[in-house]
Ligand binder design. Structure first.
Ligand code: ADP
Length: 192
């Protein structure tokens, strides 16, 4: 298997690039944000619990997210690899992912981190909020809170994978295609 984490702050382009990467490399896209929004749309107990955190720009509790990822793995047993988008977001999630993958005799090949300035991120998110229907993208205070959470909790994920020698930064500003090519170059060098 080839397992990749696409890492970066809210609005850094993970969703956009994930769609293109999945098409090129045939990986299964695992976006915890998308899975959570699906649970909310279906008004499941998990979705109802998650919504109260997401609307404030806070993280959904680790146990909820990890359980959801575990269930998603079970649904995709023959996958040739996964592209993780928006997960892991805490050190505990990174450790849980490592052990879930170890059980499948596989591991993370690389963590590619999209780097974008905060001003550009706020611009992109407010813009996305105009059409996405995402309530967490329309309020600047909620957006700023998501950045604060990213700095406080999610940076630990970078530290975790830097220690394992798997972390690589990618310049996340420019055209979608240029960024995609930079990501592909990094992936191809890991695959060969
Ligand atoms: P973005 O990267 O733009 O913040 P996501 O769709 O990845 O968008 O996530 C939206 C929200 O869903 C987050 O602010 C958080 O509340 C929740 N969420 C998504 N993934 C996780 C996760 N791995 N752990 C905890 N909460 C999560």
């Amino acid at each position: 298997m080839f397992n990749l984490i696409l890492f970066g702050p809210p609005g850094s382009g993970k969703g956009t690039q994930s769609d293109k990467l999945v098409a090129r490399y045939g990986l299964i896209h695992l976006s915890t944000g998308n899975l959570l929004r699906e649970e909310i749309a279906n008004q499941t107990p998990l979705g109802i619990e998650a919504k109260s955190f997401m609307d404030k720009g806070r993280l959904v509790p680790d146990a909820v997210v990890i359980g959801m990822v575990d269930a998603y793995f079970d649904k995709h047993k023959g996958a040739r690899g996964f592209l993780f988008d928006g997960f892991p977001r805490t050190a505990a999630q990174a450790e849980a992912l490592d052990s879930l993958l170890a059980h499948k005799n596989t591991s993370i090949a690389a963590v590619l981190a999209l780097e974008v300035t905060e001003e550009e991120l706020v611009k992109r998110l407010l813009n996305r909020g105009k059409t996405s229907g995402r309530s967490d993208d329309t309020n600047e205070a909620v957006i700023r809170n998501r950045f604060a959470v990213y700095m406080q909790e999610t940076t630990a994920v970078a530290t975790h994978y830097k220690a394992a020698g798997k972390f690589e930064a990618i310049h996340g500003e420019g055209t979608v295609d240029d960024i995609f090519e930079a990501i592909c170059k990094a992936i191809d060098s890991k695959m060969s």
